[in-house]
Design a protein around this ligand. Structure first.
Ligand code: NDP
Ligand code: MG
Ligand code: MG
Length: 333
């Protein structure tokens, strides 16, 4: 089992006298910057001059600079910009200002593990990755709690890379919940696998296939939407709070019996074999190079990605869902 750390294992003193630059002020950036600042860490935020987030960060009492200025000011740089542009931003606007003994940080291992970023040998390279969205990282901190987070050390030049990772994790509140140690490789590969096979790709295709099957058989799309899409949250919330056992305790015996009888007919040996193929494409870099190619300005220019998004958004389930959600006053925009 994985080793866990808590605040008592962390020493925020490892960030004393250091300036931490948070590049980006989106989902993760705003939470890391404000939490660290309130934990007494010297923080600057790095953004583009025309960023709409600039004023927001200043309103939160943070120092804001353009990315290269923030990099110059910093001893520790956390890259919280979108993964597909992080390498370009790092290589052009950050790397020239990294000095010996500085620390480069990520919240996802993608760019380091697949070597889109090749950091200098005389700096530390570490990861602190909260296992939750940025707004939860922020709201839990404000409540005196935290979100469990991963740490990893890729390069330990100073001999204190792990101490810094633990200090940073503690500074964003993670030490109140628990810090788990992993590697860049493990975090990157499991993250990509989970989102493709289960959380995003797997779940949406499963819901869509169920919806289509009912609609093609002549049932009303509204009924299909309720059964195959809307009710997913109910089940997932139960699993989330008490595992499969608690979910199965809550549902009817009819539902539980059907669960055991039918699930394995859908997720067959063939499906499991295909999951292994997906994992192989993640491990051998096929997915990473395809993704970066599609998103590079010189490559695919996101043509396939945007076309797919457009086609998906026109599916009947989206139209039906939009109408039904209007009937649910608790579902705020
Ligand atoms: P967001 O898309 O929410 O935020 C990205 C930020 O980067 C924005 O503030 C944006 O500026 C800024 N930005 C975009 N382009 C540039 C640029 N050219 N120069 C400077 N700043 C730029 O990203 P996330 O917070 O979701 O993701 C950041 C990292 O955290 C990623 O590595 C991701 O994998 C990881 N992560 C994300 C999680 C999540 O729940 N979202 C969970 C765990 C890890 P502007 O505000 O002006 O748009
Ligand atoms: Mg991911
Ligand atoms: Mg039912």
């Amino acid at each position: 089992m994985i080793k866990k750390y808590y605040d008592t294992d962390c020493n925020l003193g490892f960030l004393d006298g250091k300036t931490v630059a948070i590049m980006g002020y989106g989902s993760q950036g705003h939470a890391h910057a404000q939490n660290l600042h309130e934990s007494g860490v010297d923080v600057v935020v790095g953004l583009r001059k025309d960023s709409a987030s600039w004023a927001k960060a200043e309103a939160a009492g943070l120092k804001v600079m353009e990315v290269p200025e923030a990099a110059k000011a910093a001893d520790v740089v956390m890259m919280l910009v979108p993964d597909e542009i992080a390498a370009d931003i790092y290589n052009e606007q950050v790397a020239p200002y990294m000095k010996e003994g500085d620390v480069l940080m990520f919240a996802h291992g993608f760019n380091i593990h697949f070597q889109f970023v090749k950091p200098a040998k005389n700096i530390d390279v570490i990861m602190v990755a909260p296992k939750g969205p940025g707004h939860t990282v922020r709201s839990q901190y404000v409540e005196g709690k935290g979100v469990p987070s991963l740490i990893a050390v890729e390069q330990d030049y100073t001999g204190h890379a792990k101490d810094i990772a633990l200090a940073y994790a503690s500074g964003i509140g993670a030490g109140r919940a628990g810090i788990l140690e992993t590697s860049f490789r493990e975090e990157t590969e499991t993250d990509l696998f989970g989102e493709q096979c289960v959380l995003c790709g797997g779940v949406t295709e499963l819901m869509k296939a169920g919806f289509d099957t009912l609609v093609e058989a002549g049932y009303e799309p509204e009924m299909a939407y309720f059964e195959c899409i809307h009710e997913m949250k109910l089940i997932v919330d139960l699993i989330n709070s008490g595992g499969f056992a608690m979910m199965r305790y809550s549902i009817s015996n009819t539902a539980e019996y059907g669960d055991y009888r039918t699930g394995k007919r859908l997720i067959t040996e063939e499906t499991r074999k295909e999951m292994k193929n997906v994992l192989t494409e993640i491990q051998n870099g096929t997915f990473a190079s395809e993704f970066m190619q599609e998103f590079s300005p010189a490559g695919g220019r996101k043509a396939k990605f945007l076309a797919t998004r457009r086609v998906e958004s026109q599916h009947l389930l989206e139209k039906v869902g939009a109408e039904l959600r209007k009937m649910m006053s608790w579902l705020k925009k």
